[in-house]
Design a protein. Structure first.
Length: 260
């Protein structure tokens, strides 16, 4: 997928708390950098936050309003541009909100740390990576992984904050627990529950980086039984507490004029 600066507009935007509604002639992708944007379309509604992106196809009416301080990365894509992302537009026509996987969240963490001028200079390459990642996500593909594994990981993306069991994951995938374990070990190198733990920790790290929520609240939001469970998980992975992780990655002050 090759993009020129003329094929796509990538911008940083902040939204007001008053509800607005409109449609546009181009496709639009809204990705979270900070805060939450409540969006509603004719078929679905969701909060675009640290774990969710919105893909609004051309001509679709949508309402939106922000909660608190916010900043989003927005891609405006011409209706006939980016043919390689056709599967993304097709999927978004029926499901305009997509869960962000760890790779996409990593791209957004990178974008969040860049000054506006640097983002403008790299907009074509960044847009390419984002479109590739979202198209891959929309297809539900994991490097050709079996359908049962894709069903299981999709289930975990939706229910990572719930106290799910291996039996529940296997039922969602349509296989036995033993088969589920073999699939995760073969494709991800870890058990379903360890995969779930990684998903929860990725969500927690994103919340620590992009929000001011108390650590205890983040722990519960991400499926941990208590704050100490999140602390243990982060210490095992990164050797730091949630508070130190947050301080080390606190977003620098905005440059003048960066709010759009």
């Amino acid at each position: 997928m090759s993009l020129s600066p003329q094929e796509i507009r990538l911008s940083l935007r902040s939204y007001a708390s008053a509800q607005e509604s409109h449609s546009h002639a181009h496709h639009q992708i809204v990705l979270p950098l900070e805060g939450c944007l409540e969006m509603e379309t004719d078929i679905a509604g969701a909060a675009v936050d640290e774990a969710t992106a919105a893909v609004i196809t051309a001509g679709r009416e949508h309402a939106f309003r922000a909660r608190g301080e916010n900043r989003f990365l927005v891609l405006d894509v011409p209706r006939r541009g980016c043919a390689a992302a056709a599967d993304l537009w097709a999927a978004a026509a029926g499901a305009p909100f997509l869960a962000l996987d760890e790779g996409l969240q990593g791209l957004l963490l990178f974008a969040r740390a860049q000054p506006a001028a640097a983002l403008a200079a790299s907009r074509a390459s960044l847009a390419t990576l984002i479109l590739q990642g979202l198209t891959h996500r929309a297809r539900g593909e994991e490097n050709g992984a079996p359908a049962a594994l894709r069903r299981a990981t999709a289930f975990l993306q939706r229910h990572y904050a719930a106290p799910v069991t291996t039996a529940e994951i296997a039922a969602a995938a349509g296989v036995s627990p033993a088969t589920l374990h073999r699939l995760f070990t073969a494709w991800h190198g870890r058990s379903p529950m360890r995969y779930l733990g990684g998903l929860r920790l990725a969500r927690a790290k994103a919340l620590l980086t992009t929000t001011r929520k108390p650590v205890a609240e983040i722990a519960l939001d991400c499926g941990y039984s208590e704050q100490s469970a999140l602390t243990r998980a982060l210490r095992r992975e990164a050797g730091v507490t949630p508070a130190r992780f947050r301080r080390a990655r606190r977003r620098p002050r905005r440059e003048p004029g960066s709010r759009a």
